[in-house]
Design a protein around this ligand. Sequence first.
Ligand code: NAD
Length: 479
Amino acid sequence: MTDSAAYDAELQLFIDGSWRSGEGHDAAPVINPATGETIAEVPLASTGDLDEALAAAERAWPEWRAMDVEKRAAILHGAAALLRERAQHIGALLTQEQGKPLPEAIGEVIGSAQMFDFFAEEAKRAYGRVLVRPTGQRSIVIPQPVGPTATFTPWNFPIYLLAKKVAAALAAGCTVISKPPEETPGCTGAMARALSDAGIPAGVFQLVHGVPDTVSRHLIGSPVIRKVSFTGSIPVGKHLMKLCADGLKRVTMELGGHAPVLVFDDCALDKTLDMVVPQKFRNAGQVCVAPTRFYVQQGIYDAFARGFAERTKALKVGNGLAEGTSMGPLANGRRVPAIASLVEDARAKGARVLAGGEKGDGGFFFQPTVLADVPLEAEAMNNEPFGPLALMAPFGTEDQAIEQANRLPYGLAAFAFTENGRRANRLGDAIEAGMVGINSFAISVADAPFGGVKESGFGSEGGTEGLQSYQVVKAIHQA
Ligand code: NAD
């Protein structure tokens, strides 16, 4: 447990360059999911706070967009350095609020620092182009920052998903108001503190905890906000898009997934199992790109299922702060009955439980669970489980596997394991997803685009495309 004074310092709103504590504000409890105990209260922004944040974002924008890009980049690099320096402190806050094992939490802080470093440099490559006409006229195409931006991010990777949006938007020259998830306010407050200590000018970056519906309606309803970026569930994404439609706000939507994993007879079986099991249960399966539907070719189906179950049973479930924990609790209480009901439904429809299947003791624990022979009509095969559930079913031919992979309205990540290079090329082309990992799970990196197709959303985060999502282009035609 972190020192309580240091923790309280992070539980504040950050508006117009100053920190606001709970005094005079409504508050929500913060719960440690490993124990179920309330560990703190987070102040919720009032509409007055939001109005002040909007006014500050508008005021700060002209100076921030006009700032020499080297200076802007130096502030972002400064924030990255502070995140690295404070990774242990921020990681411990994250584990205490969200549950993931400490090494994963520290890794998330380091990944967030990489985002700031990448976009600090990418800002310097915001090139335009010149079209030279035979008449002597020149058409000049320039990118410009879209303007004050509102971001809404979830509790599964509260720091990394926030950093992805904020680093890109700030690098592009936008001012940003962020609503992080209420479940994990201390670790996101600590990220805001890194930006503040790195010298971000007042109003350029602001953090407002609050009741999600109140904050999103208020910010999206304001003419100050020009762009909205959301990561979270599909129903909330659709709701926010409807709010955005009224003001024709630009949007980036990074929504849920239901990643298929196609495992072919010709894969390196043990190597594949050693990779997929830890990935399945990373962050207790609460990952939008988590491998979820394992379609395994008939020749290795039994061996794969057996090896998967053995490795799963060897995982150590517990408090993320304890040494050697491989999987922590679910992040909030409502997810435990949600997962239990998916398991029960699959079991009733004929699935075999090869490992786990029950909720754990104390806190919000659910056992890492492996289900084999899961029929298509099981609810978990159709709706994102977002928990520690591996679903398995056999397939015969490559075409059948591709058909299953593309069957659902989701299209975020997909994975395949094969040692056949030609097959790998065909799969990469045919699978409908924003990211395809072949013999690899390394699909979320600072320098490549990350985003979905179909109902998994649109717009990219990461890479050049991530910067472009906070820019508009202008063509200037000069005779
Ligand atoms: P939820 O739909 O209630 O909330 C999802 C996220 O959206 C949360 O962070 C929440 O604070 C935020 N949110 C909710 N209503 C909002 C509003 N009106 N305005 C702005 N933000 C709002 O779901 P949940 O119970 O928190 O999570 C369960 C489901 O959410 C999962 O099954 C999964 O599908 C999805 N999810 C996806 C991601 C992702 O990375 N794509 C992350 C977290 C949750």
